[in-house]
Design a protein around this ligand. Structure first.
Ligand code: SF4
Ligand code: SF4
Length: 227
């Protein structure tokens, strides 16, 4: 999630690597579900999130759009986010018992919370958001363990590649003066990365890499040095 505030204001001032210990473990949340409510459109879903939701729930992208997912525009690009529904503005996957109904395949944003990502060039580290989680007595946990994502190395590469691609696309959209062209790019990206099925879970990263290379080539986006 993008924030227009300084890291100093929202974090403990440290940056963490995947093997560092960080005070993020909210001890199984113990009755709290605060961050599953009122999140607006901030829980962005990347292609892996949608792929995992689609595979585990056996729903197409269109079916997910009908209940749990919505689309909104971020810096000129259409992106999916988890829907908050009802008077309580709560995630549709939150159970009556206040637990996550899709815990094993919850989106990356939910795995990360209360951590955030801080990108530097072709890499990123994590930071701890100190004002977000309601539990104050959090325990220390290794970042990688907290994320609890299979095949961390490939995941990290995927996260970076997707981030850099979106940055390049944002720039391309910003420089374009033709609304119709921007609309077409957006539709193309939705179709390429979200709508078209990916196949088996173990093939996701390879399939994603192929799609990304093709999208970059077709859009004339060459990978350069990142800021
Ligand atoms: S605010 Fe913290 S304790 Fe509450 S649900 Fe979110 S992560 Fe868990
Ligand atoms: S997917 Fe699970 S953890 Fe994420 S907001 Fe929904 S209920 Fe909460």
């Amino acid at each position: 999630m993008k924030r227009a505030v300084s890291l100093k204001e929202i974090s403990d001032g440290r940056l963490y690597g995947p093997n560092d210990l960080v005070k993020a473990d909210c001890r199984d949340c113990e009755g709290c579900s605060a961050c599953c409510h009122g999140m607006g459109d901030s829980i962005l879903l990347d292609p892996l999130d949608l792929f995992r939701l689609s595979t585990h729930l056996k729903k197409s992208f269109e079916e997910l759009l009908a209940d749990a997912v919505e689309l909104h525009v971020v810096d000129g690009l259409i992106q999916p986010n988890l829907k908050m529904a009802g008077e309580q503005e709560q995630c549709v996957y939150l159970t009556e018992a206040g637990r996550c109904g899709i815990h094993p395949f919850r989106p990356g944003f939910c795995r990360l919370f209360p951590l955030g990502r801080y990108y530097e060039g072709r890499s990123f580290r994590y930071f701890l958001q100190v004002h977000e989680c309601k539990k104050q007595d959090r325990a220390k946990v290794k970042v990688k363990k907290w994320l609890d994502i299979p095949d961390y190395k490939n995941y990290e590469t995927f996260v970076l590649d997707w981030h850099c691609f979106l940055k390049d696309m944002e720039q391309k959209v910003e420089q374009c003066r033709e609304d119709e062209k921007i609309r077409q790019w957006n539709l193309e990206l939705l179709n390429r990365f979200y709508v078209a099925p990916y196949g088996e879970e173990e093939d996701f990263y390879e399939e994603f890499r192929i799609r990304l290379a093709k999208a970059r080539a077709d859009l004339g986006l060459h990978e350069g040095k990142r800021e």
